[in-house]
Design a protein around this ligand. Structure first.
Ligand SMILES: *[C@@H]1O[C@H](CO)[C@@H](O)[C@H](O)[C@H]1NC(C)=O
Ligand SMILES: *[C@@H]1O[C@H](CO)[C@@H](O)[C@H](O)[C@H]1NC(C)=O
Ligand SMILES: *[C@@H]1O[C@H](CO)[C@@H](O)[C@H](O)[C@H]1NC(C)=O
Ligand SMILES: *[C@@H]1O[C@H](CO)[C@@H](O)[C@H](O)[C@H]1NC(C)=O
Ligand SMILES: *[C@@H]1O[C@H](CO)[C@@H](O)[C@H](O)[C@H]1NC(C)=O
Ligand SMILES: *[C@@H]1O[C@H](CO)[C@@H](O)[C@H](O)[C@H]1NC(C)=O
Ligand SMILES: *[C@@H]1O[C@H](CO)[C@@H](O)[C@H](O)[C@H]1NC(C)=O
Ligand SMILES: CC(=O)N[C@H]1CO[C@H](CO)[C@@H](O)[C@@H]1O
Length: 355
């Protein structure tokens, strides 16, 4: 009792004005119970307000200040209705608040595409508020919204950068306080996109006027640079192949998985000879050794027998121009050089080209 009494007195000394101080002793002694009630009220009201409002606010603002970095995303076992997604991420904060964050389900959506529609739901594990921590998750992901996933893939493929938001409700427990608070985890990350697979190069290795057993008359080494932090297992991919605005054939790349860095693959194609030979005889191509500007655009993606529209439609949304040194390959493989103005009729007939 005396302890509380003393506290109450101390309280009044701080509160009271100096001139009144002398009178306090008697006054305070007489109304000690009033001060006690005041103190109890302060403890009863202010402390819970701090705990219920202040701490969660601090916890939320610390969480808001933290930075999420997506170090890598790997998409494998791609099927029509599901895929496996692995994410390596780092959360950076000032580390000043010691807290534990509960596991939570975070949705991911494109920040710059309204309405915000999740293309993935990821279960994030429990984390602490350490200054730097890595959060790596691997999970089986049913595809709930194939349109949203296709849009994400399309943006990832087309854009130089894209903003992805991770959003989820979770709870935080601050060290020393015996309860959990609701907080919202919301982070927008800018990630590099694939820029239409810019920089893809195709080096012909074999060219023939007659198709092989697969129906192909063209083979090449293709190098696809990956500017993003995302890797995906695509499978067997085919592309429409255009030359000077006209569709001239189909390109195939088998067992394709795009990874960060250079992706070296064999490609094969079935291409109409006529339009290629004609183009080679045209200016400016005949003047620069026959480098032709082909355009390719995704046509189909099949992985282990499953047709994956969320990749095919994304790859099919845009054309990528690839300059291919066809003239050189024809010279090397067929010993034919095509001059400006094209081959004479006799030459064409002897090559079996009637067009
Ligand atoms: C995560 O990091 C590990 C270890 O460096 C690596 O083996 C794995 O491929 C990475 N995964 C992703 C999704 O980047
Ligand atoms: C998590 O991923 C990072 C790379 O982003 C890697 O350095 C680390 O080893 C990974 N940790 C585990 C446990 O796989
Ligand atoms: C990303 O690419 C898509 C498809 O090409 C386009 O519609 C969108 O405006 C781009 N978004 C940004 C932020 O560049
Ligand atoms: C791709 O290029 C071809 C031929 O130039 C054209 O017909 C087609 O409309 C283009 N497609 C897209 C999506 O740009
Ligand atoms: C693609 O993978 C299959 C096995 O999954 C294999 O039989 C085939 O030879 C591979 N094709 C190429 C071009 O690598
Ligand atoms: C690609 O096609 C080949 C031949 O049809 C097949 O052997 C292979 O398994 C396919 N690869 C994938 C990943 O579906
Ligand atoms: C290429 O063709 C020319 C004539 O058109 C001929 O003289 C030359 O021997 C041929 N070279 C080879 C390697 O066949
Ligand atoms: C983000 C990333 O990994 N980019 C790489 C893409 O490929 C080029 C060429 O190999 C690398 O230089 C980049 O670092």
């Amino acid at each position: 009792m005396s302890d509380i009494d003393k506290t109450a007195v101390t309280q009044t000394e701080n509160v009271s004005e100096k001139p009144r101080r002398r009178g306090c002793v008697g006054h305070c002694a007489k109304f000690w119970w009033a001060y006690l009630i005041l103190l109890v009220v302060i403890v009863a009201v202010v402390v819970p307000v701090v705990i219920l409002v202040g701490v969660p606010k601090i916890a939320q603002s610390k969480l808001d200040d933290a930075e999420l970095i997506l170090d890598g995303i790997v998409v494998t076992e791609t099927q029509i209705k599901s895929l496996t997604m692995s994410i390596n991420s780092t959360i950076k904060s000032d580390g000043k608040v010691h807290a534990n964050i509960d596991p939570f389900e975070g949705i991911m959506y494109l920040e710059d595409k309204e309405p915000h529609t999740p293309f993935a739901k990821i279960l994030f594990p429990a984390t602490t508020a350490d200054a730097l921590q890595t959060v790596n998750v691997t999970q089986f992901l049913p595809i709930d919204d194939v349109d949203a996933l296709t849009t994400f893939n399309t943006w990832l493929l087309a854009n130089e950068t894209l903003r992805v938001t991770v959003f989820g409700d979770t709870k935080v427990k601050v060290k020393g306080i015996n309860r959990k608070y609701d907080v919202t985890f919301k982070k927008t990350v800018t990630m590099p996109g694939l820029k239409h697979l810019d920089g893809t190069t195709v080096k012909p290795t074999w060219i023939s006027l007659e198709a092989d057993a697969n129906g192909n008359n063209f083979k090449a080494d293709v190098s696809i640079p990956n500017l993003s932090h995302v890797a995906f297992e695509l499978g067997n991919v085919t592309f429409h192949n255009y030359l000077l605005g006209e569709e001239v054939g189909t390109v195939f790349i088998d067992n394709l998985t795009l990874r960060p860095g250079n992706n070296e693959y064999k490609m094969r194609a079935t291409i109409q000879n006529g339009p290629v030979i004609t183009a080679l005889g045209k200016k400016p191509y005949c003047e620069q050794g026959g480098v032709l500007p082909f355009q390719i655009r995704g046509k189909s993606v099949t992985n282990h027998g499953q047709s994956l529209s969320y990749f095919a439609d994304a790859l099919g949304a845009s054309n990528q121009t690839v300059n291919i040194p066809i003239g050189e390959a024809i010279k090397a493989n067929l010993n034919i050089s095509i001059p400006c103005g094209g081959l004479g009729g006799g030459h064409k007939r002897s090559m079996g080209l009637l067009f």
